[in-house]
Design a protein around this ligand. Structure first.
Ligand code: ADP
Ligand code: ASP
Ligand code: MG
Length: 444
């Protein structure tokens, strides 16, 4: 069994949906196809929900109308036969009927918002199933809302997912080898519609792969695998052919948008390889993520913006281990993840995502010592075979950054990563310089 997940740009138009349909039916091996919403749809649904929260139903209606126009246009192209067009609109009408009704409710709740956000994936699956039927292929729908569930801690309920997913598949006709399901959407522990966070369709694919002990999880997108630097910032990046699970997890967490950070964990736990592939160039090798890795190399660089550095200089009234414990307790209290931490005899610096309750957090930290803050910071994460006994890699990274002020350096917590904190305004130069120093020989 293979899991094939297609992102928003892969199903962005009638033409692309047709292309994906051809790709998934080219071989007869069993597969689960995970679909995202068409590119732009979830953003539009977010905007619609925001207007409904503000109780501006006039703007919300216009946005819904705009969305409907887009789906009318694409479905006219994808379903030229009237009966097929009507069949798919029986499903799509449910979405637009629901959205239009939401404009009439007086109290638009958080639950309603989640239901609104779920519509994009539901529509993609409806269109794909109808198109596959029109092409004469047998496929079976696996409704994500019937098996994808989170627990009371908002973590995926792996036991529930496996049991219900397998049950659904067993109940499907024996001769069906092609299953289609929605990415991103799920129900929570209380049975309300929820989601796995923006970009979470990758996570759906990985959770399904783990539940079914799949032979491979494929993430199909608009680029030929994980590149060695951020292609949105740096020109002439090239794909990395092989990555270790840990390397991919670091890159995804620190800004490589191609992969949702949560996606690696279920695959790694079950040792299922993840392959990143390009929908528009399916013959390209892409990137294989597994437990194997190419040693003695720096593989790639990624960057995460929007960070704040907080330095706490100990007041020396607390012995160092008590100071550290108290400091971490403050972050625990506010449920803030620390992205980077460095320490010295006099104090500790941490780097966190910007967050609304920062003034309260800072007030609590001031009880421990003198606090200073720097906003608009970026973590640059360099990933590769960074084992401490490999000499020279740290020097290469720092040499590349010789002209850029570095605020923090983190190394040694993982065998795969060295991270530095720089000003957001220096990010571009830092990424370009790292590419020039580390990957000059691999440029195409
Ligand atoms: P999808 O809609 O298929 O989920 P995403 O937009 O989430 O696609 O991810 C693909 C995008 O990730 C690419 O178009 C690329 O701009 C961006 N990206 C950022 N960093 C990297 C990287 N290191 N390698 C490849 N793509 C990257
Ligand atoms: N459609 C959702 C989003 O845009 C989920 C995904 O594409 O992975 O965030
Ligand atoms: Mg994505």
């Amino acid at each position: 069994m293979k899991i094939m997940k297609f992102g928003g740009t892969s199903v962005a138009s009638a033409e692309r949906i047709n292309h994906v349909a051809k790709l998934i039916t080219a071989t007869s091996e069993p597969k689960v196809i995970v679909l995202s919403a068409m590119a732009g749809t979830t953003n539009q649904l977010v905007d619609i929900a925001a207007e409904l929260v503000q109780r501006d139903s006039i703007v919300a209606k216009d946005l819904i109308e705009e969305l409907k126009e887009k789906y009318l246009m694409e479905t006219q192209k994808l379903f030229p036969k009237a009966e097929c067009f009507h069949a798919v609109w029986k499903k799509l009408d449910q979405t637009f009927f629901f959205l239009e009704n939401m404009c009439k409710v007086s109290n638009f709740t958080l639950f309603d918002e989640k239901r609104v956000l779920a519509q994009g994936e539901l529509m993609s699956v409806a269109m794909m199933l109808q198109h596959l039927e029109d092409l004469g292929h047998k496929a079976c729908w696996l409704p994500a809302l019937d098996y994808m569930r989170t627990d009371k801690k908002a973590e995926p309920d792996e036991t529930y997912i496996e049991l219900h997913l397998r049950r659904l598949m067993q109940r499907s006709p024996q001769d069906v080898q092609l299953f289609v399901t929605e990415g991103y959407i799920c129900k929570n522990a209380y049975g309300d519609i929820d989601n796995l966070q923006r970009g979470g369709s990758d996570y759906t694919a990985s959770l399904i792969g783990a539940a079914l002990k799949a032979e491979e999880i494929q993430i199909w997108t608009d680029i030929d695998g994980m590149h060695n630097n951020d292609p949105r910032v740096v020109e002439e990046t090239v794909p990395v052919r092989r990555l270790h699970f840990e390397e991919a997890a670091e890159l995804a967490y620190f800004g490589a948008k191609i992969l949702h950070p949560t996606c690696i964990q279920p695959a790694k736990k079950n040792n299922i390889p993840v392959r990143l592939l390009n929908t528009m160039e399916p013959d390209k090798p892409g990137t294989l993520i597994s437990n194997d890795t190419d040693k003695d190399q720096i593989k790639a660089v990624a960057a995460k913006d929007g960070l704040t550095m907080i330095k706490v200089k100990s007041s020396h009234m607390l012995v160092s281990w008590v100071f550290m414990r108290r400091l971490l307790q403050v972050f625990e209290h506010y449920q803030i993840s620390i992205d980077m931490i460095t320490s010295s005899e006099v104090g500790v610096s941490v780097c966190v995502e910007i967050w609304d309750e920062l003034p309260e957090l800072l007030a609590d930290l001031r009880k421990l010592g003198e606090v200073s803050v720097e906003e608009h910071m970026t973590i640059i994460c360099v990933v590769g075979d960074m084992e401490w006994e490999n000499v020279g890699f740290e020097t290469q990274v720092l040499e590349a950054l010789r002209d850029i002020p570095v605020r923090m350096i983190s190394y040694g917590a993982s065998d795969y990563n060295l991270s530095v904190l720089v000003r957001q305004s220096d990010k571009r130069n830092a990424l370009i310089s790292l590419s020039n120093h580390l990957f000059a020989s691999s440029k195409q």
